[in-house]
Design a protein around this ligand. Structure first.
Ligand SMILES: [Zn+2]
Length: 330
């Protein structure tokens, strides 16, 4: 999603609001973007940054070819900062570091932009520092806070931001678009899995063409099988199958992501919403077994452990260590 017109296809309302503000030169200094995972919040934030900093904007849209656009697209622009939660919260130190970096190195333009992912994890202290940051008169700062969980945002932050609501994805329309690409022959089942990971058509096609995602799905299903049928062997399975099959860190991360999707599928299926599964087909024998085998309490605990494991992976803990610990916790 590199232009506001692209965004219009998935988030028509948000896109319209932004295009109007850009035309009138009335962009806000703080945005709170709330919407569920996979709705395109990060692309949206990047697009705002490109619009603000592009050297040769064409109407409302960034040119996508200038040096600045290119650096933003490759995550390499000194006036644009991303803050990701470090562990479970965004700490004071992260905000302080950012202020310092901006003070000393942000010399390319007079605009500074920072994007905060998982803004609901800001501690009250860190949130207060961000608010102060916004009030600094000598720097033109734009803050874009992103959250999957709007209710977790503290009121003082919310009241200072322009709130942009992202609509839930129209999953069926997205899947149909994928299925109807004649050159790719994507099955319904595979389209469902792709739609769990992205709402971007090009990214979905790339996943499909690489095929890694389908191999990873097989390994994840095998692990679910092991957990049900050969529980004491799960650690052995990790060493004999999981690690040899998922060699790259990227594949290991995808493995955890798909495992999260698989367990959520089981939770949904237990609630009788089998048509809403992503990784399992409705009526899949393994899904049926999982529904009976796992209690809801255990599934929720496993999901919690998984999210924690996924964070450790982000913090560069060795993937083998992460998956070993995880299956022992299960
Ligand atoms: Zn540009």
């Amino acid at each position: 999603m590199q232009t506001w017109n692209d965004l219009q296809q998935v988030q028509p309302l948000a896109s319209k609001i932004m295009m109007n503000s850009i035309k009138r030169n009335r962009l806000s200094h703080a945005y709170l973007v709330q919407g569920s995972r996979g709705t395109g919040k990060k692309s949206f934030a990047r697009l705002i940054a490109m619009t603000l900093l592009c050297e040769a904007r064409q109407g409302v849209n960034p040119c996508q070819t200038c040096n600045t656009c290119h650096r933003i697209m490759t995550g390499n622009h000194p006036d644009l900062h991303w803050i990701e939660p470090d562990g479970r919260t965004i700490r004071n130190e992260q905000i302080d570091l950012l202020r310092k970096e901006f003070a000393y190195t942000g010399l390319e333009t007079t605009q500074k932009i920072y994007i905060v992912s998982s803004a609901e994890t800001l501690t009250v202290n860190a949130a207060n520092r961000i608010l102060k940051f916004l009030e600094e008169p000598d720097v033109e700062t734009t803050a874009i806070l992103l959250t999957d969980n709007g209710r977790g945002i503290i009121p003082t932050i919310r009241s200072r931001c322009q709130v942009i609501d992202f609509q839930p994805l129209d999953q069926t329309a997205f899947r149909n678009r994928l299925i109807n690409i004649e050159s790719e022959s994507i099955t319904e089942n595979n389209a469902r899995l792709l739609s769990a990971l992205t709402n971007n058509i090009d990214e979905a096609i790339l996943y499909h063409q690489e095929e890694t995602i389908y191999h990873v799905r097989d390994v994840v299903k095998q692990l679910v099988y092991e957990l049900i049928v050969r529980y004491p062997e799960r650690y052995l399975f990790v060493h004999q199958k999981w690690i040899p099959a998922l060699k790259e860190r990227k594949e290991q991360e995808l493995g955890l992501d798909l495992l999260i999707i698989a367990l959520k599928d089981v939770v949904y299926a237990q609630m009788g919403r089998e048509d809403e599964t992503f990784l399992f087909q409705s009526g899949d024998g393994l899904l049926e077994r999982a529904i009976y085998e796992f209690t809801q309490k255990r599934l929720l605990q496993m999901l919690k452990d998984l999210l924690h494991a996924r964070q450790k992976m982000n913090q560069n803990v060795h993937p083998t260590l992460v998956i070993e610990q995880l299956v022992l916790q299960f």
